[in-house]
Design a protein around this ligand. Structure first.
Ligand code: PGA
Length: 268
């Protein structure tokens, strides 16, 4: 019987930032800062579509993987402006962020479209990073738990147990994103724990399944608060926006993740 370990993942969501030369510069610095080191967390960079290829090239002989920030669920066809899973695979991408709150707020992403995208990504062996989280108003009205449970339930609806195990989740309270107002670490860990409990509904056979799904925290994580957030057993890493745009700060967060004792999550 071998011990399975839940991964620690540090993902940079560059959002709509960085021209190609800037993206190359940032990726080069991150590759240099992680080269030859062991015991690193999984590191993922998510640049805008236009810089995917340059970042894939820059990260080629490194441990760093590259993700997109959105995907369309059809493979091809008359969907002007969209990018499909096969196109992302073709570009060398391994991961894709789905259901980010900015897409929910500004681009019509819903609990109906998120599961279609998750299924499409998995069908093409792209790892989805599914974002969930409550609005400030929902938190103030004690709706955090039902909102997050509903989002998780909807996003993973209809997946097999193996498919759920291939997903990464991110708890991103919307009021904490880009505001500098980080969620207190114990509360972030509580909600991540609630998400893990919610996962039990997807596992009838494999009772260890929920313990094998990495769940990240995102929302104003930075070099100063990362240590405390990553010290929480429940939190398996970070999805980092603003602080991922500077190599030094991102690498400091990576360093904090290196100190994190990896959990023995489930037995195989
Ligand atoms: P932030 O963004 O770190 O800038 O708050 C996180 C995210 O939106 O994923």
């Amino acid at each position: 019987m071998s011990e399975k370990v839940r991964k620690t993942i540090i993902a940079g969501n560059w959002k709509m930032n960085k021209l190609r030369n800037e993206a190359q510069e940032l990726a080069t610095a991150i590759v240099a800062g992680t080269k030859g080191r062991d015991n690193l967390p999984d590191i993922l960079l998510c640049p805008p579509f236009t810089s995917l290829d340059i970042v894939v090239q820059t990260a080629k002989d490194s441990a760093i993987q590259v993700g997109a920030q959105n995907v369309e669920y059809h493979d091809a066809g008359a969907f002007t402006g969209e990018v499909s899973p096969p196109m992302l695979i073709d570009a060398g991408v391994t991961h894709v962020i789905i259901g980010h709150s900015e897409r929910r707020q500004f681009f019509g992403e819903t609990n109906q479209t998120v599961p279609l995208k998750v299924k499409a990504a998995l069908a093409h062996k792209l790892t989805p990073i599914v974002c969930v989280g409550e609005l400030l108003d929902e938190r103030e009205n004690d709706l955090t738990d039902p909102v997050v449970k509903r989002q998780v339930g909807a996003a993973l609806n209809g997946l097999t147990e193996d498919e759920v195990k291939s997903v990464i989740l991110a708890y991103e309270p919307v009021w904490a994103i880009g505001t500098g107002q980080v969620c207190e670490s114990k509360e972030a860990a509580r909600v991540v724990g609630l998400i893990r409990k919610t996962l039990t509904q997807f596992f009838q056979q494999d009772k260890d399944g929920p313990d094998m799904v990495p769940i990240l925290y995102g929302g104003s994580m930075n070099a100063k608060n990362a240590e405390e957030l990553l010290a929480q057993d429940e939190i398996d890493g970070g999805l980092i926006g603003g602080a991922s745009l500077k190599a030094d700060e991102f690498l400091e967060i990576v360093n904090h993740a290196c100190k994190r004792p990896r959990l023995s999550a489930a037995k195989a």
